[in-house]
Every structure is written in C-alpha cells, then in structure tokens.
Design a protein around this ligand. Structure first.
Ligand code: F6P
Length: 363
C-alpha cells in the first residue's frame, strides 16, 4: 500500500472537512492507497507516538457538512520557525523542516496533501525543497490567495456576514441608527465588498482604500436629510483612515506581531467626534465567520479540490496547488501561488459596480 498524509494548518474555515472527505473518497477508488491525517497540522505527527489517524469512509462519512476540521488545526509550532527551548531557558526559533520530512518518510508516507493558507503553503514549498512530494490545497475565508478565483470558506463567511447584515438593517431602520458591522479579511477587503453588495450597504470600508472621514459623514448626513433616517456600514478589520493606523492589539509571540480587530469602535468614535448626532452601534462578527456548515458552493469547491489534489498525487505532479480559475479546476505551482497576495485592485469590476450602486468607499 502507498500512503498519503493529510494536514490542515492555520486558521480553520468552513469546507476543510469536505476536502478531507473528497481525498478519501477518490483514494478509495484506487485500492492501493491509504489516507492518513496528522492532528493539529504537523504537530501531531512530530509527537511520540505520532498522533495520526487512518482516514477511511467510516471516519469521513457525512463530514462535508461540518464546519471546522476533524483533524484539528493550529497556528502554533510553524516548522519553518519552530520555537525550541534552549538549555539556558531561552527560546530559539529553528527550521524544523528537515526533521519533519525525515519523520514523514520514516513513518512510511509517500506524499503529503497540505490544506492551508499562505503560511501553510510556504511550509509546503519548504517541504518540497527538502525532498518531500507535496500537493497544496488553498483555504482561507479571506480569499487573499492570488492564484485562485475563490478559496473555499470565503463564500460561507460572506453568507454569515450577509445574514448578520440583513438583521442589522431592520434594527437600524426601526431605531434610525447608524450600524457599523466589522468583518474579517486581514489586509484584503473581499468579505466586506461582497457583503456590502449582497446586503446593500451605504458605506463599505476596505483596507485597499484608506477612508476620508468627511466623505463618510457626508454620506450619513444625506441619509438623514433625504428621509431614510438610517445607515448601514460594513468595515473590514484591516481598514483605516487616510491619516490613521490599523486598529489592533498585541499579537502572539513567534506568530503575528499584531492582531487586527476593533476598527468598528474606532470608526464609531471618529464619527461621533466629527459631529454625527445619530445613535451609532457597533457589531464585530469575529470568528462566527469562520465557523458553521459550509454553504453549498464551498462544499463543491472543497470536494473537487480534494479529488483534484489526490489526482495530482497520482499523476506525480508535486509542488502544485489546486485552484479554481475561470470556473475551471486546475493547478499552479505553489511557489507562484504564494508569491503574490490577492487584494482588491482599484479597477476591480465588483468595486466599480458597487460604486455604481451608490456604495461609498469613504473616498
Ligand atoms: O485568516 C483568517 C482570519 O480569520 C483573518 O480574517 C483574521 O484576521 C485572522 O484569521 C484571525 O486569526 P486568529 O485565528 O488568530 O484569531
């Protein structure tokens, strides 16, 4: 039997389980392949004894409808800069990739399918360069990977945000309030832009367009003078004023310098200071966008990615990332995929259409 190791790394997102199930189902048709999973990304595999599980139809039955990942995931213990305790009590970051590859081979695995975002795919590339046959599957709710039209999980996050937005509209209308809803996305405004169009926001603030407070105040005031008497704003966590900085708190040692979040409150205060008299309320959606059952299209993308990833292994096309491009499932080199970050271009068609519908981007 030949053996594949599957890992889910980085932040979770809806659809991870559907990818795992897609891999297992496709592998079952080949008879001579076993699929195994490592718990909490590659951390489980590095433990003694290894925390790994054989994935078969019994383990994966029905999991495509579940959020999260049955393998668990982690943002900690990145093998590229693994925090190693030194004899003097200090911590030194070491490259544990050679050790990881050695361990995977020692356990008899022929190939790895690594499901993760840009950080995880940088690990895939390093493993590949260290001699491990790897195929990547792109995941993130942020949709910020450059080589694919969509990462799975994104559309579910947009649906969750849109559902919340719709609820906020009715309460904004009843109370004549300004509602600010903050969504995730890191330095990309995709979730905000899609939600603003789907929900019908008056204002959408994204990291790609630093906002001018006066423009937003003007838009809000118009909403009150034209008789509507309420306004709904979607703001991405990475948005900031032209002269301002990101709203963030301290990140985690050895992982991220800052954690984005709370810009809804920053904007609320800025609007009050700028003379907006209406009541303003803030909602930060946070991790609700990462949880729950994937919407049908995310299940489709994730399942097909799983099948395709296994087939790339069969064809020995290693170092490839499965992607969705122009409605076709194909693959690109992982190296190419991680070389650029997918943010909203200023000439983007959706951005243009949103402006055409009167959505203000605060510029
Ligand atoms: O990348 C996905 C994401 O949810 C971002 O939108 C957000 O900034 C970040 O992860 C939050 O990460 P954590 O899991 O550390 O809270």
């Amino acid at each position: 039997m030949k053996k594949i190791l599957v890992s889910t790394g980085g932040g979770d997102c809806p659809g991870l389980n559907a990818v795992i199930r897609g891999i297992v189902k496709r592998a079952a048709a080949e008879k001579d392949w076993e699929v195994w999973g490592s718990f909490e990304a590659f951390n489980g595999l590095m433990e003694e004894p290894a925390r790994i599980i054989k994935l078969d139809d019994h383990v994966t039955a029905g999991i495509h409808v579940l959020g999260g990942t049955i393998l668990g995931t982690t943002n900690k213990g990145n093998p590229l800069n693994f925090p190693e305790h030194q004899p003097d009590g200090s911590i030194k970051e070491v490259n544990r990739i050679p050790l990881l590859v050695e361990r995977i081979k020692l356990l008899g695995f022929d190939a790895v399918i690594n499901i993760g975002g840009d950080g995880s795919q940088a690990i895939s590339q390093a493993m590949l360069e260290a001699g491990m046959p790897v195929v990547g599957v792109p995941k993130t709710i942020d949709n910020d990977l450059s080589s694919t039209d969509f990462t799975f999980g994104f559309l579910t996050a947009v649906q969750t945000a849109t559902d919340s937005f719709d609820r906020l509209v009715t309460t904004a209308t009843s109370h004549h309030r300004v509602m600010i809803m903050e969504v995730m996305g890191r330095n990309a405004g995709w979730i905000a832009l899609y939600t603003a169009i789907a929900g019908g926001a008056e204002v959408c603030l994204i990291p790609e367009i630093p906002y001018d407070l006066d423009a937003i105040v003007k838009k809000i005031k118009n909403r009150y003078t034209d008789g509507r008497g309420f306004a709904n704003i979607v703001i991405a966590e990475g948005a900031h004023a032209k002269e301002g900085d990101f709203t963030s708190s301290k990140g985690e040692e050895g992982r991220i310098a800052v954690r984005l979040g709370g810009v809804a409150y920053t904007l609320s205060q800025q609007l009050k200071d700028a003379g907006v008299e209406a009541d303003i309320r803030e909602t930060v959606l946070g991790h609700t966008q990462r949880g729950g059952t994937p919407v049908s299209y995310d299940r489709v993308i994730a399942s097909v990615f799983g099948v395709k990833a296994f087939e790339l292994v069969l064809e020995k096309k290693f170092g490839q990332l499965v992607v969705l491009r122009n409605n076709d499932f194909t693959s690109v080199s992982i190296k190419e995929a991680i070389s650029a970050y997918n943010v909203i271009g200023l000439n983007n068609t959706l951005l243009h259409a949103a402006r055409g519908m009167g959505i203000s981007f605060g510029d």
